[in-house]
Ligand binder design. Structure first.
Ligand code: ADE
Length: 436
């Protein structure tokens, strides 16, 4: 166990309440609190929800199990849910994305149970998911659907206590929709990812900025003049391509969808099949949500010194098993960079073990976008609870009224004013008779 680590046994001597947590080092808590408070300054919408929650207490009696990236922004969501009356239990949604100081602060200063240690191995990762579920939650909050998946495969008897769940990310929503289509989903889910105030901003501007931040922090490479290959032109790919171009890179996009590829062309990017992009790329980043996007035939074609990374949810987009087999040597070169030497002497550099580079080598999306994502999370949980009788075992969108309200609150916080329709405009929009 790490120094001063809070064990899963009740902490007696520390003066803490007997609260179960598994974090790296409680001595990091004060630094974590400063980070959380700093992030909170850029989360005005979440702050206003927290204020309302503090008087309304709409989550009283609710136990929430959350499996999210344990960041300063997530900590502010956890505090908001607790202020709303919920008991909150948090584990990591990725073994490399935890900010240990933030985890320590939540455990120590907010008395929230946290099970997350940066760099935890696969067994610990799943043990932490199980610890979080042991509390028999009434609501699950996922980023990638791991809680739902473990509940449906290994803890079926816990499902009867569950009112519903929320899902933060595209990959998770795809998994959950597939469960609903196959009639195996056992409780209602709100797809937070699909709210406009989530994916328009978090997936695009959040991923765009934080991914470049991760690549640059890991490598300190100049982006200007490089050939930057973006694999996938969904919302995350669009943001990444836009920001890489902004830093002076020559951006190449790869796609499998004709529509998305056409969009990339008209946005001014070069579109190539991966086999051709592999030959010319200096930096690669996958954001597709699918497996083996960069594989043997692509590694074979790459330049000496190519940098390969992923910003999709799971570490499946780069075929690193095959890269290891093709290599005669592998070594850790600096934090978050592994050097693979192929049998012909060529070197390929893999960032953050092919895991989310933005959360592993940097700090994830800035608080200002997570503000809207987590406002959606908070209000979706409230909605699940107040509509629990009506909801079926389906994947639902965030109600339009919540989405619009979050946009309105965000604009207000930015001091941006907009127009309203005149009565004549309203009438025109609601009529079909009026033509030329
Ligand atoms: N996903 C991407 N960025 C994040 C952040 N800062 N906090 C939580 N989840 C995230």
């Amino acid at each position: 166990m790490g120094k001063n680590r809070q064990s899963k046994r009740p902490a007696k001597a520390s003066g803490l309440k007997p609260m179960k947590s598994d974090v790296k080092d409680l001595a990091l808590a004060d630094r974590g609190k400063q980070k959380i408070d700093w992030a909170e300054k850029d989360m005005p919408v979440l702050r206003s929800i927290r204020k309302t929650f503090s008087t309304k207490r709409p989550l009283s009696g609710i136990r929430i199990a959350a499996c999210l990236h344990v960041t300063a922004e997530t900590a502010n969501l956890m505090r908001t849910l607790k202020t709303g009356g919920a008991e909150v239990y948090l584990c990591a949604s990725n073994p490399l994305s935890t900010q240990d100081d933030v985890a320590a602060s939540l455990a120590k200063h907010d008395e929230i149970s946290v099970f997350a240690i940066k760099g935890e191995d696969k067994d610990t990762y799943y043990n932490h998911i199980h610890s979080t579920l042991e509390v028999k939650p009434s609501v699950t909050m996922d980023d990638g659907a791991d809680l739902v998946s473990v509940l449906h495969t290994q803890k079926i008897n816990f499902i009867k206590d569950i009112i519903g769940g929320t899902e933060e990310t595209t990959t998770g929503v795809i998994r959950l929709k597939s469960m609903a289509d196959k009639n195996v989903l056992q409780y209602p889910i709100i797809a937070v990812n699909d709210a406009y105030t989530k994916h328009f901003f978090d997936n695009r501007y959040g991923t765009g900025q934080s991914t470049l931040d991760g690549i640059i922090r890991a490598t300190n490479k100049l982006m200007a003049g490089s050939v930057f290959v973006v694999c996938g032109y969904g919302w995350c790919g669009k943001g990444l391509a836009m920001r890489a171009r902004g830093m002076g890179a020559r951006v190449v996009v790869t796609e499998i969808s004709p529509l998305a590829a056409l969009e990339a062309v008209m946005d001014g990017f070069q579109v190539l099949p991966m086999s051709e992009a592999a030959v010319i790329g200096d930096v690669f980043c996958t954001v597709t949500g699918d497996v083996s996007v960069i594989r043997k035939e692509h590694f074979e074609q790459m330049k000496d010194g190519a940098i390969v990374s992923n910003s999709g949810h799971f570490n499946v987009e780069l075929d690193l098993e095959v890269l290891a087999k093709m290599s005669k040597n592998k070594r850790q070169l600096r934090d978050f960079i592994e050097e693979f030497t192929l049998s012909n002497g060529k070197k390929i550099y893999v960032l953050a073990e092919g895991r989310l580079v933005n959360l592993s080598a940097a700090e994830g999306h800035p608080a200002s976008v997570m503000d809207m994502s987590f406002a959606n999370q908070s209000l979706s949980v409230e909605y699940l609870i107040s509509n629990r009788q009506k909801l079926e075992k389906k994947v639902y969108r965030v109600p339009e009224a919540i989405d619009q309200n979050i946009a309105k609150l965000k604009l207000e916080s930015m001091g941006v004013h907009i127009d309203t329709l005149t009565a004549a405009q309203e009438k025109y929009l609601n009529s079909w008779e009026m033509g030329t």
